[in-house]
Design a protein around this ligand. Structure first.
Ligand code: C2E
Ligand code: CA
Ligand code: CA
Length: 426
């Protein structure tokens, strides 16, 4: 045994194979001449195959008799079952013409499936299990079939758990939307030159008694997949505008000169359909807020999904009176090329850049360059996620206009924000 294998850090052979496979690029096509056996029933499985050209016969032997199950042609996959459930080949594959196939590794097949939602994964694995059982020549206890291959049994049970959890989360979010159980919290955004509150970011919150709806960054993607983000996003905009009206009313009573802005998060899905954008634009126009008092926050990933659609949506929303902020800057594609193509007013630097900015020189240089870039392009800058006084002081020195973070204030109810207007910063 080599010294590497004996060390505490040695990888198991299976792990080495797994890692090697993960980094193996798509392998080149293989051509089998007519009559070649590609694999045999009960062989160990390493690859599945996508037929590019030619034909493959899939057969099985039952009671000493060969039975042809399928004749497969270009565009069809074979050899995938054993790869998915980790068992041996269920049939024999023979090229019956000169046949060219693209080999697909276990890793490629698994990552394609794992990219799907948990329900689709469960449907697929259930279909495989049923097929295995139909193909099985042994008389097996149906309750034990999925436990036969230990690894796959555990994997299948995990898939079941994930699917149940997924269905529960779907029903949670559907009922919370229809019963209007969401509410908004607002986090102050501070003007670094004055120390005053310049605006608020509206952040969605689910009902407190529902653990599935506590983290917006977890339930928003699901709302997007289900299309529920369209009514939910429209509700967020309308509610945030109502919040702004109340904040204005309170400011007027207090005779405050400065009027705050309201930032609202908008997801990529809301920008995809013209009628959805039109509803958002109409709501902004109806609110009568001018001077860009409503700011829409969009992530760079969202902008780059369908750049042409995003661009015309943003133009329409700007025309309606909103200003546009690019959210979580630096965490997406970070392709600087798009920056000047979109009508952007504000850059929000993601909080991952901000923590320990003062002690990490390179991080500091990056943020300082981002601030200068934004200013050169005519944008103002909000630094997100300020958790320490020294981060705030550093940003002040860099001429960053605005800051937001737990050090300044956590997201709060509207009533608490109104109280804050009365007491602090102004
Ligand atoms: P975001 O737009 O980047 O919002 C800022 C998030 O950072 C908020 O989390 C806020 O509570 C948190 N945060 C603020 N200051 C600090 C800090 O100093 N330290 C740390 N660690 N975190 C801080 P929240 O409210 O959980 O929202 C998470 C994400 O969910 C948001 O990230 C946004 O992407 C999404 N989201 C929230 N509300 C909405 C909404 O109404 N519509 C859409 N489409 N997405 C929303
Ligand atoms: Ca945001
Ligand atoms: Ca952000």
């Amino acid at each position: 045994m080599s010294s590497i294998a004996q060390s505490d850090f040695a990888m198991s052979e299976s792990r080495i194979n797994e890692v090697t496979e993960m980094f193996t690029p798509l392998r080149s096509n293989i051509t089998f001449t007519a009559g070649t056996r590609i694999f045999e029933e009960n062989d160990k499985a390493n690859d599945a195959y996508l037929i590019q050209k030619g034909y493959v016969e899939i057969s099985r032997v039952t009671a000493n008799e060969k039975k042809i199950e399928y004749l497969l042609g270009p565009g069809e996959i074979f050899g995938e079952i054993a790869l998915l459930d980790g068992k041996t080949r269920t049939a024999t594959a023979v090229a019956i013409h000169d046949t060219t196939v693209a080999p697909l590794t276990k890793q490629q097949i698994q990552s394609a499936i794992e990219g799907e939602d948990p329900l689709t994964q469960l449907l697929l694995h259930t279909a495989i299990r049923r097929l295995r059982k139909t193909l099985s020549k042994d008389d097996v206890d149906p309750n034990l079939t999925h436990l036969q291959t230990v690894g796959y049994g555990e994997y299948f049970q995990n898939t079941q758990k994930k699917a149940i959890n997924y269905i529960n989360r779907i029903s949670s979010i559907q009922s919370a939307v229809s019963e209007q159980k969401f509410h908004l919290h607002y986090q102050p955004i501070i003007d670094l030159s004055t120390g005053f509150i310049k605006g608020f970011e509206a952040l969605i919150r689910g009902p407190i008694d529902n653990p599935d709806l506590q983290r917006p960054d977890l339930f928003i993607p699901l709302a997007e997949d289900l299309g529920l983000i369209i009514p939910l996003g429209q509700w967020v905009l309308e509610t945030a505008i109502n919040g702004l009206i109340q904040l204005d009313a309170e400011s007027a009573k207090l005779k405050l000169k400065n009027k705050v802005f309201m930032s609202v998060n908008v997801s990529a899905k809301q920008l995809e359909q013209v009628d959805v954008v039109e509803n958002l634009a109409h709501t902004i126009e109806q609110s009568g807020f001018s001077e860009k008092r409503i700011k829409l926050e969009i992530t760079e990933t969202a902008l780059l999904k369908q750049p042409d659609k995003a661009q015309s949506a943003l133009n329409r929303l700007r025309q309606a009176g909103a200003s546009i902020a690019i959210d979580d800057f630096g965490t997406g594609y970070s392709s600087l090329n798009y920056l000047h193509q979109f009508p952007l007013n504000t850059m929000k630097i993601d909080r991952s850049f901000i923590s320990n900015i003062q002690t990490d020189q390179n991080r500091g240089r990056i943020v300082s360059a981002i601030i200068n870039l934004a200013h050169d392009l005519g944008m103002d800058v909000v630094a997100e996620g300020i958790e320490r006084k020294r981060e705030l002081e550093w940003l002040e020195r860099q001429n960053c206009e605005y800051a937001q973070g737990y050090y300044l204030d956590k997201p709060k109810t509207l009533v608490e924000c109104i109280e804050m207007l009365k007491k602090a910063y102004y």
